[in-house]
Design a protein around this ligand. Structure first.
Ligand code: CTP
Length: 468
């Protein structure tokens, strides 16, 4: 076999090899051995053995995919929150992930490729065209050799480019070329976040199946600026990643829709009609479904809760908006309606504030809101396999819930007694009676998180047995 000496390599390659070897604390010869071993492993050694049929190496590859550590491609956008991405690399590695990084053009103003490369244990990728680099893996391979693409921070500009399908640098080219799930962690100034264009882009990305974690409310990097726009914390992003890469997830491959929170029906710009609801139970169900590996869309009315990690959250205010968002999320395998939807709305919402006039009380004419649960349960095409509603009752709990099951056409009703004495409204615990055509089951009083986990267990069993 011909021998290869480092001296015979060209200067650029020698320089890169020296840098890489120094970073790993190896001799240059040892580094070459490691590179060759990695290349052979990646290509599959079976390829070299003509006696083995190709099916064997395919099986082997499949086995590797299910047992290997999750591979995360982290795209760091050009925002001040990029400094948190260095911590995110560590958090992901703590959870066993292999992390590879791309820096967008602007990201280099906030973190250096050297720091990122040192944390990842391989160089950070920055340019779409690197003809001089012998190590260039190409944007298509970067896009495919991963289990999940994470964009953190996802700036307003990067979100706009993604929504528009741009591919004018390495980060956007990879995002367009990938066939893997994408999670974005937006981070920007509150004004930029609430700008119509950003919200339009985000709605487009959510509709395209891209998942979002954060942003959170808090202080901005700029002095005196506060509001919604802070990037989710690295631990929150890592939890979302874990939910999305959980290969053993009992609901992986399933789409789950959850409604949560109240709806708010405007009377005028300052007054509204709403139901009491904290959104805790609905959010807990969305979280538990995501932790079980499902792709979850949470359609939520105004609730003072953080977005559950790894869940696509669509925020709405009125019942009509909730219905529109629910229909947009279809088709799904399972739909859980935990929202407290206002049954009526004022026929006309005044555009200006209704002023008090001495001795005159305004009369409100109400019209009925659409019944979202009933609409989905009666769909003729793409009806979810399981449609689950809640029944918030203060009297004759089980009898009223059973009547609701029949009237709404759903498969299960989770009935709960919401009389003020129970403390369920806004509290952290719940006592559920599961009503279905097969009978009823009373669950013990437990936390809303426990209720969510128990419901997911029942859903998994029902989907496995195809029973309702
Ligand atoms: N629901 C809905 N759309 C509505 C009203 C209710 O999707 N316009 C759903 C709720 O999310 C819940 C179920 O229907 O899953 C039952 O809600 P509930 O408020 O208990 O019952 P209502 O249908 O409003 O009937 P009532 O107020 O007479 O008890």
């Amino acid at each position: 076999m011909a021998s290869l000496t480092v001296r015979q390599l060209d200067d650029t390659l020698k320089r890169l090899l020296r840098l890489r070897a120094a970073r790993h604390g190896r001799s240059m010869e040892d580094e070459v051995r490691v590179i060759l071993r990695q290349a052979a492993d990646e290509a599959g050694r079976d390829i070299l053995d003509p006696s083995k049929p190709p099916a064997q190496s395919e099986r082997q590859a499949k086995h590797d995919v299910t047992t290997a550590r999750p591979r995360i491609l982290l795209i760091i956008g050009g925002g001040i929150a990029a400094y948190k991405s260095l911590d995110l690399i560590r958090r992901l590695q703590d959870r066993g992930a292999q992390v590879r990084c791309i820096l967008s053009g602007a990201a280099g103003h906030f973190v250096t490729p050297l720091a990122v490369g040192a944390l990842c244990g391989e160089r950070a990728y920055t340019d779409l065209f690197e003809p001089q680099s012998e190590f260039d893996v190409g944007h298509i391979r970067l896009a495919r050799d991963t289990d999940l693409v994470v964009v953190a921070p996802a700036t307003a500009d990067l979100l706009a480019k993604m929504a528009g399908g741009h591919a004018d640098d390495l980060a956007t080219a990879v995002l367009l070329a990938t066939n893997k799930p994408i999670l974005v962690a937006p981070a920007m100034n509150p004004q930029m976040w609430s700008a119509k264009a950003t919200q339009r882009n985000l709605a487009q990305l959510t509709a395209d199946g891209i998942r979002v974690v954060g942003p959170n409310v808090g202080e901005m990097a700029e002095r005196g600026e506060a509001g919604i726009g802070r990037m989710a914390e690295p631990l929150e992003i890592a939890a979302a990643v874990a939910a999305m890469t959980c290969r053993t997830g009992v609901l992986s491959g399933k789409r789950v829709l959850v409604t949560s929170g109240p709806t708010s029906e405007p009377i005028d710009p300052v007054r509204f009609i709403a139901n009491r609801s904290s959104g805790k139970q609905g959010h807990a169900i969305a979280s538990a479904a995501a932790a079980a590996g499902a792709h979850v869309v949470l359609v939520s009315g105004p609730a003072n809760l953080p977005d559950p990690p790894g869940v696509s959250v669509v925020k709405i205010e009125t019942a009509q908006q909730m219905l529109n968002a629910v229909e947009k999320a279809m088709p799904v395998d399972v739909a859980v309606f935990a929202a407290a939807v206002a049954d009526w709305r004022p026929q006309h919402a005044s555009e200006s504030k209704i002023k008090k006039q001495p001795g005159r009380t305004p009369t409100l004419t109400l019209v009925e809101n659409p019944d979202i649960l009933s609409t989905v349960a009666h769909r003729e095409t793409d009806r979810p396999q399981l449609v689950i509603g809640f029944a918030a009752e203060t009297d004759h709990l089980v009898a009223n819930a059973r009547a609701k099951l029949a009237k709404k056409g759903c498969d299960w009703i989770l009935a709960n007694d919401v009389s003020p004495a129970t403390g369920i409204m806004g509290g952290d615990t719940n006592t559920i009676h599961l009503i279905s055509a097969r009978g009823e089951e009373s669950w013990p009083p437990q936390s809303k998180d426990e209720v969510a986990r128990m419901l997911i267990e029942r859903i998994v069993a029902a989907l496995a047995g195809s029973e309702r």
